[in-house]
Structures are given as C-alpha cells and as structure tokens.
Write a protein that binds this ligand. Structure first.
Ligand SMILES: [Fe+2]
Length: 303
C-alpha cells in the first residue's frame, strides 16, 4: 500500500512527525546488534521450530530487520528447509519470479536459473553484486517485503554478504537532511527501463517508483540498486544530491554494517535489507556454491 495522508500521524517514517521519529530512533538504537553473533539463532529442527527459536528469529527481525540462523544438525536435513521455516514464521506470499523453480525458490548457483534467458543474470553467476534490495523492479503492489536465504554449500572461496538495515540508512539520511528523504520518497525518482525478450517484445514494462515508501502498517520499505545499468534516476539536482548522499552512507564505515559468509546449514531471514555479495570461486572438479532464495510479498510479523 502506498503512503497516504491518514497514516502520517502513526508512522515514524513520515517527515511531519518529528517527536515520533525521535522516539523511534531512541528505541531503534538502544541495544542495537553489534555483531553477527547478536543476529544468530541456533535451530535444532527447522521443520519444527520451538517457540523460543521462532521468537528469537522474529525479535531480531523486529529490531534490525534481519536474523541469521544456523542449523545445529544440517547433516540430518534431507531437503531445503526454507519453505517450512518461513511458513512457521508466518510469511506465505511467495514471489514466484521467473528464475525460480516450481516451488517458488531460486537456486542461486551458477547455471541455477529455472528460466533460461535469466541464466546470464548476475544472481546466477559468480560475479560480485553491489548494494541493492531484492525485487526493486517489481510493480508497486507486489514489492518484495521479505527475503530469506539458505546456504546448502558455500563457495570454495568468496561469496560473503554485507548486510545493512535500510531503516538505519533512512535514519542517517534524515538526520543529515530530511529533504533527501522527501526526494527519495517521490514516486518517479527511480525508473527501471522495460526489459525486452529475445524477440524484442516488452517482457516487463518500464517501471518508476520511490526508494523509500511506507507500508500500510507504517513500516518502511526500500527499493535500491547501486547498479548503473538498467536503472535511470531522475536527473534533477535534488535527486542527484539525495542519491549521492545515499551512496555515501553505503561507503562509510558503519557499526551497523554486518559482513559474513553463510556456511552450510546457515541462512538469513530478513525484511529485504540492503545487501551485497562478493564474487566467489568454486573448484572446477567439485560441486559449487548453492544458496536457496525465497522472496515474499509479506513482511515478517513482529512476533
Ligand atoms: Fe539480492
């Protein structure tokens, strides 16, 4: 749901309610996680979460929009646990994007796209991927609210992720210049050009949207890519300045930025936080890196 006038009084992310924003900020920064270990929840059986495990995952997502999990017995898991795990957390509306398999999950491994024309797309290659949120090119009414990963096998070398809570990027920008937030909330600030198929037909129409938007329940959604290809930013000076400030925040050393590599049996549960992926390398005669990815149109419940 787009941001509307009636929700301005109830969300800290509207620019016209400074006391609410300041109260939110105090809460947000109080005991904010300071290491990967703070985000990590150990799980005995992903097909039957205990109340404690479920609450621990959701509490971390409520605080920092992300949690990591580690299966205590990955050798006992016979199938990808992500569908069962995410269902138990209360997210169900899978984004069955074109690269995904019939189960709606994407196998992120070189050559893993279920849709052949996407095989050359960057998630299915070993190259580095810069800062982005998932599905920034989706239509406004089908935004990716949550993003979950499960690592079956890490790369021989590389493949680390950086993770950054988008609410903290919002906070740093707003504290420096609220006008940047106003600009990045405008609905035509970023445009993803149409995608054409091999025949030159429009497979996905051109789409414009904001970077920051407020969901119906008052939470913050962020669309972003640091790519310069297949993205067109509005060309006025306000947008150029706000975008430069956004990129500056991503470059600065930050105590809120987490960096790590998912190991076998590890995964990420998140409200589609900003993230990167380093390039990786597998050995030519060994099985390669494989991560499963699930994207959802619903956000993780707060508990
Ligand atoms: Fe991604």
């Amino acid at each position: 749901m787009p941001h509307t006038r009636s929700m301005k009084m109830t969300t800290a992310f509207a620019l016209d309610n400074e006391p609410l924003y300041q109260a939110w900020k105090r809460d947000k920064l109080a005991e904010y996680p300071s290491s990967l270990a703070d985000l990590l929840v150990e799980i005995a059986d992903p097909f039957a979460l205990t109340d404690r495990e479920r609450s621990a995952l959701l509490a971390r997502c409520a605080k920092s929009n992300m949690a990591l999990f580690r299966l205590l017995h990955p050798e006992k898991v016979q199938s990808n646990p992500l569908p069962a795990l995410t269902a138990q957390l209360g997210i169900h509306e899978l984004d069955r994007n074109l690269g995904a398999g019939e189960d709606g999950l994407s196998a992120l491994t070189p050559g893993g796209s279920a849709y052949d024309p996407f095989a050359a797309y960057i998630p299915y290659r070993a190259a580095a991927i810069g800062w982005h949120t998932d599905g920034y090119y989706n239509p406004a009414d089908h935004q990716v609210q949550s993003l979950c990963l499960y690592c079956e096998r890490p790369a021989h070398e590389g493949g680390e992720n950086e993770l950054l809570d988008h609410e903290l990027v919002y906070m740093q920008l707003r504290d420096r210049n609220p006008q940047w937030i106003a600009t990045l909330m405008e609905k035509d600030v970023m445009t993803i050009p149409a995608r054409l198929d091999a025949q030159g037909e429009v497979a996905r129409p051109e789409r414009s949207g904001p970077v920051f938007s407020v969901n119906a329940e008052g939470t913050l959604h962020t669309r972003f890519t640091n790519r310069h290809k297949s993205i067109r930013w509005r060309s006025d000076s306000a947008t150029t300045e706000a975008l430069a400030a956004f990129r500056q925040v991503l470059q600065e050393p930050s105590p809120y930025l987490f960096r790590g590599r998912l190991q076998s049996g590890w995964g990420l549960i998140s409200n589609n936080v900003l993230h990167t992926r380093n390039a990786f390398r597998d050995l030519p005669d060994a099985e390669g890196r494989i991560l499963y990815r699930a994207r959802f149109f619903d956000r993780l419940p707060s508990r």
